[in-house]
Ligand binder design. Structure first.
Ligand SMILES: Nc1ncnc2c1ncn2[C@@H]1O[C@H](COP(=O)(O)OP(=O)(O)OP(=O)(O)O)[C@@H](O)[C@H]1O
Length: 262
């Protein structure tokens, strides 16, 4: 059942992204509501990652506006941008951890850059985040190369949560995990949403994850957000890609596994 969500904390309007002559997005609009887990889906190359990168300021769009917490991030001055960046966390596909730093040092990195904390408080706060994502205490002193893929993702998530953000952006969080690891990660996302009131923007191909975690889904097709709605609403969308994706055999298996409609 759809939950009542809060105000828009992200508003994208008229977004255009283009590489050379390759137009990826044109007139793309999207809202992310406070407290929701929003899944971004779409065929390969439809620009899901480019959309995420545009919102978090890693990809400068050609046109459009992007507001985060009411601030236009494309026009923000450094002080406003710092305010925004303190309120979001990003987790990239492979965790994107610093290989020469331990897990604790990785989680401390955003704190060092943005918070004035003494070393002891910073380290205690990092350990708290590490525990929150379900990593054992001994993981704090390990290096990324000593972690399994699933542990690396959790460490990446702990780092994304370092500043106690309002929203986290996740790019394919369950890619490369075995089904049990992926399902554990889904449970973790859902519990963080409930416990912290966290908003989640998640690019994913994983139908099980969509069923298990997402309050709404946004479908990228034809260079824009074609449709947004609950998983149940996706079943009624009359578009070839949407039909194939949400009515295909994998979709049915995922829906059955999740116990029916979202
Ligand atoms: N820096 C870049 N320079 C040139 N083209 C780029 C750049 N980044 C992305 N693209 C192109 O933009 C398009 C969208 O890429 P993006 O990675 O966002 O797709 P996606 O929907 O996330 O795909 P997938 O599901 O396969 O990961 C692709 O055609 C890609 O080649």
């Amino acid at each position: 059942m759809a939950k009542v969500m809060g105000e828009n904390i992200i508003e994208v309007r008229g977004l255009k992204n283009q590489f050379g002559r390759n137009v990826i997005h044109e007139d793309l609009d999207l809202d992310v509501k406070r407290g929701e887990v929003l899944g971004i889906v779409g065929g390969s190359g439809t620009g899901k990652s480019v959309l995420l990168r545009s919102i978090v300021g890693l990809q400068k769009p050609k046109e459009g506006s992007i507001k985060a917490f009411g601030i236009d991030v494309l026009k923000a001055d450094p002080k406003e941008m710092a305010e925004v960046e303190n309120r979001w966390g990003v987790m990239f596909q492979d965790g994107a951890l610093f290989s020469s730093l331990t897990v604790r040092e990785n989680v401390e990195a955003p704190m060092r850059a943005r918070l004035k904390l003494d070393a002891q408080t910073r380290s205690a706060l990092a350990d708290l985040r590490i525990a929150m994502v379900g990593l054992p205490p001994k993981a704090t002193t390990l290096y990324p190369s000593e972690l399994s893929g699933g542990m690396r993702k959790r460490a990446g998530l702990a780092r994304a949560l370092a500043l106690d953000p309002d929203i986290v952006f996740l790019d394919e969080p369950t890619a490369g995990l075995d089904p049990i690891g992926a399902s554990d990660f889904d449970t973790l996302i859902k519990s963080l949403q409930k416990a912290m009131g966290l908003t989640v923007f998640m690019v994913t191909h994983d139908l099980d994850t969509l069923h298990a975690t997402c309050d709404r889904v946004a479908v990228l097709a034809e260079k824009k957000v074609l449709v947004t709605g609950t998983m149940a609403e996706m079943l009624d969308v009359d578009h070839p890609w949407v039909r194939e994706y949400f009515h295909g055999p994998r979709a049915h298996a995922a829906m059955t596994a999740s116990g029916g409609e979202n």
